[in-house]
Design a protein around this ligand. Structure first.
Ligand code: ARE
Ligand code: CA
Length: 557
């Protein structure tokens, strides 16, 4: 039985057909296969695509098919083995993973509302818990007022960090899931925002915090008050009653300033599970069917009021079957992405359409910032994620930075380098996202690293980096107008040292990307007829020399 050394199944990870191409993958114990052929209507040699510590992954890419019958011919040190006898009906298979059609031509723009634009100073909070740095007064009216900036940039989908009633500026501790925070303008302004976005065909996804609620959520307060008798006692993972001590409550109700109280309480003990060691965020009990129902109800509620999808906070801290139930229960065209730090294999297809692509981000850090890996290693990393995620790699949420990590520009400290990384993000598989302010070169703030990127948006255009802004607009426009960049296959041409050259191809459209991530100019061996679509840095078309930390995108090669 060859299944010990070789593995293939007809799951989406190992075989799928997208519009232009059918992908077939085979996994082999490292070194076990010398050559692998796919035998179908004809014989195709499979290429070694990637490897991890245990396995090698082989792949054949065929033209798009409706069905396929095949087996593998594997050449080993001991001779030739035939493996498997497979048959796939791709029409049936496609029914198993249907990401919303609208996501493919989108470029996301992530906004943390408190830090973006203050459209109405009258709703600014004055008494709030100041964890770290506190409120800045931004709100949804501010976003509405800045929609021109958003449209000019060219992004066509927004991801807002939480907007519901809460004590903190970041709103990850929610008190009322059915109302938009008054400090952000409340439900009325939300409705206006939705109307404005619909007019402009800008999609909106919201941040769903269902791993925990706020300590001050009425359900948790009911437990504080009634203890075991509370009808919500099974909503949380309460370990012991009383859930907090008398001293805890005394501190909580004292007249000290919030920040002081918050810090003091951090040192005390409490008898419930929470997000890390944050007393303010008691963890929900996801074993309880009522909690699951609550989550689905909230999610449907805001989809019915105009949202187009959800980003789910701490999704990896919630049992996967909760998300499977959610997926079945909400409209198919709602885009669902989970916040998962780990690789996403467990979380795709029947749960999310994609996750926040942290494993890709890790690779980007190591290649573009820390200079820890060469182009060869970087490519293997990319191809490994590709075999892990199957068709879902096209709907992953890809980013260079977000509200939890430092701004990429601040880390890389070189505009040319930043624009190389941005060229990659905008031309790679997956949905690209820009974090507010990156388009104008906004820097990190001088606060602990998790909050460093939450710099208030700069609205004085004199302080904008016009070069970054122009390049960002050009790349966004390129991405939105190219089907090959959105859905095409990725074909590495040359990954060597610090040079990345690859093609994205769909039907008759072929796009070539070259990124020279080194100090030295380098020579590209490209055919002479192509149309240059984008250029960052130096490129000499006459002798095909690409300057240091420069990149190009070209068409028709
Ligand atoms: C605040 C301060 C922190 C401080 C903390 C505790 O910013 O410096 O340590 O308080 O006092 C929200 C706010 C945060 C706030 C936090 C707690 O945005 O500012 O922290 O609430 O009050 C892990 C999780 C991942 C989580 C990140 C932050 O796995 O799910 O940590 N991300 C989401 C949101 C956050 C949000 C929350 C969760 C809570 O995106 O914004 O925080 O709702 C490694 C580990 C990861 C770890 C990651 C941290 O990669 O492997 O597991 O992620 O570091 O970046
Ligand atoms: Ca305000």
């Amino acid at each position: 039985f060859s299944g010990e050394k070789f593995y293939h199944s007809t799951s989406l990870i190992y075989v799928y057909s997208s519009e232009g191409a059918t992908h077939i993958r085979l996994r082999a114990i490292k070194g076990a296969a010398k050559k692998v052929f796919l035998i179908s209507d004809q014989k195709y040699e499979m290429e070694k695509k990637a490897q991890d510590d245990l396995f090698e992954y082989f792949e054949a890419v065929l033209p798009g098919k409706d069905e396929l019958e095949y087996y593998f011919e594997i050449h080993t040190a001991d001779g030739i083995t035939d493996y498997g006898d497979f048959k796939v009906d791709f029409n049936e298979q496609r029914g198993r993973f249907k990401p919303p059609v609208w996501v493919f031509d989108r470029v996301f723009y992530q906004i943390m509302p408190d830090r973006f634009a203050n459209g109405n100073p009258e709703n600014d909070p004055n008494d709030c818990i100041e964890l770290g740095i506190g409120h800045y007064g931004g709100d949804l009216e501010g976003i509405i007022k800045k929609l021109n900036h958003i449209e000019e940039l060219g992004v066509n989908a927004l991801y807002l960090t939480p907007i519901f009633e809460s004590m903190t500026y970041h709103c990850y501790d929610i008190i009322d899931y059915f109302h938009v925070a008054e400090k952000f303008g409340g439900d009325k302004v939300f409705k206006r925002l939705i109307n404005e976005l619909k007019k402009r065909d800008i999609k909106l996804i919201l941040d769903g915090v269902f791993h925990h609620t706020s300590f001050f959520h009425p359900y948790f307060q009911d437990i504080l008050e009634k203890g075991k008798e509370s009808k919500y006692r099974n909503f949380y993972r309460t370990l012991k009653f009383p859930v907090v001590s008398k001293d805890f409550l005394k501190t909580l109700h004292s007249s000290e300033p919030w920040l002081k109280k918050y810090r003091k309480l951090k040192e005390s003990k409490w008898n419930y599970e929470s997000f890390f060691l944050v007393w303010l965020m008691p963890r929900l009990n996801h074993e309880n069917p009522e909690v699951r129902m609550f989550i689905r109800t909230v999610m449907r509620y805001w989809l019915e009021r105009g949202a187009d999808g959800w980003r789910l906070d701490v999704a990896h801290g919630v049992p996967p079957d909760v998300w499977r139930e959610v997926k079945k229960d909400i409209p198919e065209d709602a885009y669902l992405i989970g916040e998962v730090m780990d690789d996403a294999r467990l979380w795709l297809f029947d749960k999310f359409h994609g996750t926040m692509n942290y494993p890709l981000y890790e690779a980007l850090l190591r290649f573009f910032i820390y200079d820890e890996i060469t182009a060869e290693k970087f490519l293997n990393w990319l191809e490994l994620l590709s075999v892990y995620y199957g068709p879902a790699e096209y709907t992953m949420y890809n980013f260079l930075d977000n509200h939890d990590v430092e701004r990429f520009l601040g880390l890389v400290r070189d505009k040319r380098k930043y624009l190389c990384a941005l060229t990659f993000l905008m031309t790679y598989k997956g949905i690209p996202a820009i974090y507010y302010g990156d388009e104008v070169g906004l820097e990190n703030m001088n606060v602990p690293s998790m909050e460093a990127s939450r710099t208030p948006m700069e609205w004085n255009a004199n302080r904008w980096d016009k070069e970054i802004l122009k390049a960002t607009k050009d790349l966004i426009n390129l991405r939105k107008t190219s089907k090959a960049l959105q859905k095409g296959i990725f074909k590495p041409v040359k990954f060597k040292d610090k040079l990345l050259v690859y093609k994205r191809t769909l039907d008759n459209e072929s796009i070539l990307v070259a990124i020279n991530y080194s100090e030295k100019k380098c020579h590209l061996s490209l055919p002479s007829s192509f149309e240059l679509l984008f250029q960052n840095g130096y490129f000499n078309e006459a002798n095909m020399r690409l300057g240091s930390f420069s990149s190009i995108v070209a068409k028709g090669l």
